[in-house]
Ligand binder design. Structure first.
Ligand code: SAH
Length: 245
């Protein structure tokens, strides 16, 4: 169970690369370091279970079944996931399913987008004198209640929202209703660590409209809090253009 990091192949761990090089089967998602796939030996079977436009993703139950089927045939299976497998990535479910079916599991942590994508845009999730707390949550259920962790977080905490683009307007309004200042800075970082990374900045009051105007799309990480202002001094912090390998 390999965390692939946010997209740049350079952010895949050494252990992750070693396991990929030794794999018979690689089961991969839409997010993550897809650039490493063409480097795999031609006999490696690559199964893409990610969503592509107009196509539905492979259901989780089928992914779980594929992992076990291939492993029971004696094959070395790498389940390559975006970011870290255990941060809003369903990696725990996949590991539990494998263990329940007698398949040994090794986890290789990955560089999570929750921290690394803000970093790429010059936004440290903590900063001395600004905040020492950050909260990571998924915000993808439009119309649903905001995650309790967002409502009860300390006033100075940085909020990091994954899967938060479609519900951005309701999330921002909910945070203001919960007592955060409408002037709280917000950044939305699309496609972090790829050559088309783009950052949109606003406030809780303005961000939904600004993102609509700019056509902001998933995947993106939403960052709420005073740390966003550091971007004015730090700017983008990735080496560009991203190398091909
Ligand atoms: N396990 C992953 C998160 C999976 S949830 C991790 O640790 O990073 C999927 C969400 O992650 C996306 O909706 C988006 O919010 C975020 N994400 C992942 N990769 C990203 C990237 N390269 N740029 C921007 N957001 C990304």
């Amino acid at each position: 169970l390999v965390g692939g990091g946010p997209g740049d192949p350079g952010l895949l761990t050494v252990r992750g690369r070693a396991l990929l090089a030794a794999a018979d089967v690689v089961i991969t998602d839409r997010l993550g370091p897809r650039g490493v796939l063409p480097e795999l030996a031609p006999e490696v079977e690559v199964i893409d279970v990610g969503k592509t436009p107009g196509h539905h993703p492979v259901p989780q139950s089928r992914i779980n079944a594929l992992l076990v089927e291939h492993a029971h045939r004696g094959r070395r299976v790498v389940r390559l996931k975006g970011g870290d497998p255990f941060v809003l990535g369903r990696g725990g479910e996949e590991a539990l399913h494998c263990l329940a079916h007698g398949v040994a599991v090794e986890v290789v942590p990955g560089v999570t987008s929750a921290v690394s994508v803000p970093a790429a845009a010059g936004i440290p999730v903590t900063h001395r004198g600004v905040t020492s707390t950050f909260v990571v949550a998924s915000a993808h259920d439009e119309g649903a209640e905001l995650p309790a962790a967002l409502l009860t977080a300390p006033a100075d905490a940085t909020l990091v929202l994954l899967m938060g683009v479609t519900s951005l307007a309701t999330t921002a309004a909910g945070l203001v209703a919960a007592g955060r200042s409408p002037q709280t800075p917000v950044a939305v970082v699309e496609r972090g660590w790829t050559p088309s990374q783009r950052t949109t900045v606003g406030t809780l009051a303005s961000i939904a409209q600004v993102c609509r105007d700019r056509g902001v799309e998933s995947p993106a990480v939403v960052v709420v809090g005073a740390v966003v202002a550091l971007r004015e001094s730090l700017g983008d912090l990735t080496a560009r253009p991203a190398a091909a390998s």
